[in-house]
Design a protein around this ligand. Structure first.
Ligand code: ZN
Length: 501
């Protein structure tokens, strides 16, 4: 052996030794939690769960529901998860101020929500649908898998994440594709915090933070006993972990309906309500188009930019050559505001409740690196027309009266729109007419009662057509009177009632 080779061998040995001595904090954390040999994990516990984007007030938390029997099963190699929980009614002590707990959310996924992920497929199993595809949930559910201690450490190791020692312990920052990850460790090399970001139509690059505290040993598996997941600024999950099982069979299989799922095309079906006024319906969320003298008004920009693009195209097809000058936003729930930015990019002014302006300004100032939309690309500055109690948009001929509603449990700040000449009322969420052949409600629908009370309070009672932002059809004032208990059903409704008995 010559001298050079000898020196080389010595160097390699020395490097190997120093690598051993300086074992990364990530490796130590992974060893402490047996990450390499943990292929699946089941976490059970109880706590509270919140619906992101369904805040009562803009400053308040996501609508919170206590959950028991929470379980999350993950198959790390398959990138698969199964979450189920039992949602329960909060006691007064559980009620979080400013959230106006809403019974309507009991219906969401049923009492036992079951949420699945496998690779790039996400679906829910509900009482009525064994394979309800949730394409928009893939990023969130994948982030949840990566935001478990084992998931994060596996991802960090696979991506050769650098470890940095800090005064308190250590941390790591790395990216996978266009997604950023940050992890923080304490002096015992326990993972305390994971941060990552996913794209959201309202919040842009939306921060998801998962905090881990009070590590314990569960049947041989080391795991945090408290997990808090904060999405945007508010908790989405607070979990007290009562049990952890490593390497139990996960058995998550993708149903054929999910495997063969093709996203339906975005449809915009128009119905003329009065000259120059159309109800523009989609699969689940609708808008209103109003043709003014030299511009257009759109009421509601739900869901996503893609939905807005389709509605804008339909508006330009029905009324060519006029700019969309105003978009009226009924409330800030994300499914009703996710498409607003497309109208800002078009140059439209956002007409919304006065208290919402600051919320949107802050949300829309956030970076949008993951999925830049038209507003981010053309750097459009949003313009707002705040609505205090009442605001009227008029072209000198047609008045569009916009009112702030009161006394709702759905959202603190909510608008309804009344066209007094055309006798059309536009309303979101609190009321939508049931199908024409559905039996009338057993008891007055609270949202219908609240709507009638608000119409009477502001004097917007001259209505023949109720254009809701959900539902399958335009309602009549009779529908609203029956649903609010002000009128006895007659005709088809009375027949449906007799048939239901
Ligand atoms: Zn809503």
């Amino acid at each position: 052996m010559n001298k050079v080779l000898l020196r080389g061998a010595f160097l390699v040995a020395a490097l190997a030794l120093s690598a051993c001595e300086k074992e990364s904090g990530i490796d130590i954390a992974a060893k402490n939690m047996a990450v390499a040999t943990t292929n699946t994990i089941q976490i059970v516990g109880n706590g509270t769960w919140g619906m992101v984007g369904q805040q009562f007030s803009n400053s308040g938390a996501w609508a919170q529901i206590p959950v028991s029997n929470y379980s999350m099963t993950i198959d790390y190699a398959a990138g698969a998860s199964h979450v189920q929980m039992t949602r329960t009614e909060p006691s007064d002590a559980d009620k979080i101020p400013n959230t106006a707990f809403r019974k309507e959310y009991f219906g969401f996924l049923g009492a036992n929500g079951e949420e699945y992920l496998s690779g790039t497929s996400a679906w829910n199993v509900t009482a009525t649908n064994p394979a309800a595809v949730q394409a928009a949930a893939v990023a969130d559910r994948t982030a949840a898998v990566h935001s478990t201690p084992h998931g994060f450490l596996k991802l960090a190791i696979a991506n050769k994440a650098p470890y940095r020692e800090t005064r308190r312990g250590g941390d790591t920052t790395f990216t996978v594709g266009n997604q950023k990850f940050y992890g923080r460790f304490n002096a015992q090399h326990d993972l305390e915090l994971v941060q990552t970001w996913i794209d959201n139509p309202v919040l842009g690059d939306m921060l998801i933070q998962t905090q881990f505290a009070d590590y314990k040993v569960y049947g041989g598996a080391r795991f945090p006993s408290r997990i808090t997941r904060i999405v945007g600024d508010h908790p989405q999950l607070r979990l007290t972990v009562t049990g952890v099982k490593a390497n139990a069979p996960a058995a998550i299989t993708v149903p054929d309906e999910v495997k063969n799922y093709q996203a339906p095309p975005i449809v915009v079906a128009e119905e003329l309500l009065a000259p120059g006024v159309w109800h523009l319906r989609g699969g689940s969320h609708h808008s209103l188009l109003i043709d003014q003298a030299d511009h257009l008004i759109i009421v509601e920009a739900p869901q996503t930019e893609a939905r807005s693009m389709a509605v804008i195209a339909k508006a330009k097809e029905l009324v060519p050559g006029k700019p969309i000058r105003f978009v009226v936003n009924t409330h800030t729930h994300f499914d009703h505001s996710g498409g607003l930015r497309a109208y800002v990019a078009e140059g439209a002014t956002v007409v919304t409740h006065a208290v919402n302006e600051e919320f949107y300004k802050k949300a829309w100032a956030a970076p949008r690196t993951m999925n830049p939309d038209a507003m981010a690309k053309n750097k459009a500055a949003p313009k707002f027309q705040p609505v205090p109690d009442k605001y009227t948009l008029s072209d000198g001929k047609r008045a569009v009266d916009i009112y702030s509603m009161r006394g709702l449990t759905h959202a603190e700040a909510m608008l309804m729109v009344h066209l007094p000449t055309e006798k059309v009322l536009a309303i979101a969420d609190i009321y939508a007419p049931a199908p024409a052949d559905a039996p009338p409600p057993e008891a007055p629908i609270p949202g219908a009662v609240a709507l009638i009370e608000n119409m009477e309070r502001v004097g917007a009672v001259d209505v023949t057509k109720v254009a809701a932002m959900h539902g399958t059809r335009v309602g009549s004032v009779e529908d609203l009177l029956i649903d609010s208990g002000r009128m006895q059903p007659k005709g088809a409704k009375a027949k449906a009632k007799a048939k239901a008995k």
